[in-house]
Design a protein around this ligand. Structure first.
Ligand code: LLP
Length: 427
């Protein structure tokens, strides 16, 4: 786990480095990522699933070249969903066959680059894409390994914008109405494609394994239908990502070994019942690997007590470095990390510096009543979907990602500069 302690002066240290030193060296706001913790989590997933399964880290949660190298070293694969993510994974030396390419509207250019590079899987998301990928692969004289993404009709209990297996949304091909079976039929006919399996991703920030069990059941029943109709046993299934992490102490996440055990058991049981060879299982955790490994370090700028309501504590970042509170009503916690305080706890709302009132980082939090400008505060569990969803709203510069390891700190993504911003402005 992340090695966070307080030194004799009450300053929080991470990976052996006081946050005050990190703030001096790298400035604030900054995402501070514990490399040892990242590697340990990646390794735990790899070990839990063993050699008969593949773990694809979902790059959308957070991707950089250093992270790709760590994943490579720890034996994980990478799932990408854009040309930019593909370029990052390839440029960091991830072998193409260990990359899977996702997305509901990959461009012709992106597909061409992926096929040319030789990615391990392309996950087909629509009838058009079945034809499009087949055509491109054939044109390049290749046969591309593909999975078909289906929607199994499970309602995952999570925020509507991040639930993906119910039918009324943009991803995948519905199992209902025989559409998925029709997609398999078409893919099997096309020379440019080698259909190796079925993919399902039911949503994100999920704690209850029952959605995965229903999904696995339905995917296996499709494999059985495919065997009965075509005499083909598809060798792979991918059950996606989506495992939840603890943002606050109320959340109770499952461990990788529990998840691996549960998924492997259900797939094996269902396949035995259907007299199918057990397929190779893949999973695609993003948040569960990188989420807990980082916190955002902010400096407090202004304090505004509103009588009878709460105290607004403004920090030097906000919705541009963490949009999740505004977008999903996500819950975070916050702690004073540059010193200890004996002051009574006070109800605070941690807000950013952007020009709108929805710019909230932590909705309800208790901070010591003597919190003051210049204090450093940290918001934990910001490793996933914070830097990767960061924006330049109000022309704010995106923060660096600082990796700490064994008493050393280095930026793996540097802070943006005003020059970076102005370089794009060519009018
Ligand atoms: N596989 C597929 C096909 C996905 O679409 C996703 C996430 C994952 C794997 C990884 O899911 P994870 O294990 O990280 O939950 N921006 C949202 C989350 C969007 C997730 C999109 N797809 C958030 O901040 O909560």
């Amino acid at each position: 786990a992340q090695t966070v302690t307080r030194d004799a002066d009450g300053v929080v240290t991470v990976g052996g480095i006081p946050v005050t030193r990190l703030a001096e060296e790298f400035g604030t706001p900054a995402y501070v990522l514990d490399e040892a913790d990242f590697r340990a989590r990646a390794r735990a997933w790899r070990t839990a699933f063993g050699q008969d399964a593949d773990v694809f880290y979902a790059g959308k949660a957070f991707l950089s070249r250093a992270v790709v190298r760590w994943l490579h070293e720890e034996g994980l694969n990478v799932d990408v969903c854009s040309g930019g993510e593909l370029a990052t994974a390839l440029s960091a030396g991830m072998p193409a066959e260990r990359i899977a390419f996702h997305g509901n509207n990959k461009s012709v250019d992106e597909i061409t680059r992926a096929v040319e590079a030789g990615v391990g899987h392309i996950v087909l998301d629509s009838f058009q894409e079945i034809v499009r990928v087949a055509h491109i692969a054939q044109g390049l004289g290749k046969r591309q390994k593909v999975l078909i993404r289906i929607t199994v009709g499970v309602e995952a209990h999570t925020h509507e914008f991040i639930a993906t297996a119910h039918e009324d949304q943009k991803f995948g091909i519905p199992l209902a109405g025989g559409q998925a079976a029709e997609a398999v039929r078409r893919a099997l006919q096309l020379d440019g494609l080698e259909l190796v399996g079925i993919h399902s991703h039911i949503g994100s920030q999920i704690f209850d394994m029952s959605g995965f069990e229903v999904a696995a059941h339905r995917v296996v029943s499709l494999l059985k239908d495919v065997r009965d109709e075509h005499g083909v046993e598809l060798p792979e299934i991918d059950l996606g990502g989506g495992l939840g992490i603890a943002y606050t102490s109320d959340d109770d996440p499952r461990e990788p070994h529990e998840i691996a055990k549960s998924l492997t058991e259900i797939v094996t049981r269902e396949c035995e019942a259907a007299k199918l060879r057990t397929p190779r299982i893949s999973v695609e955790p993003g948040r569960a690997i990188v989420g807990p490994t980082a916190f955002t370090l902010y400096e407090v700028g202004t304090i505004k007590p509103l009588d009878g309501l709460r105290t607004y504590v403004s920090v030097d970042g906000g919705m541009s470095d963490n949009i999740r509170t505004a977008l999903y009503d996500a819950e975070y916690s916050v702690a004073l990390v540059s010193r200890t305080s004996d002051a009574a706890p006070m109800l605070a709302r941690v807000v950013g510096k952007h020009c709108e009132s929805g710019d909230i980082v932590v909705k309800d939090a208790f901070l010591p009543a003597d919190v003051a400008p210049g204090d450093l505060v940290a918001v934990p569990a910001t490793g996933a979907y914070c830097r990767s969803m960061a924006s330049n709203y109000n022309h704010v510069l995106r923060p660096p990602v600082v990796a700490v390891q064994g008493g050393e700190a280095r930026a793996i993504v540097r802070r943006e500069t005003e020059e970076d911003l102005l370089r794009l402005d060519v009018g």
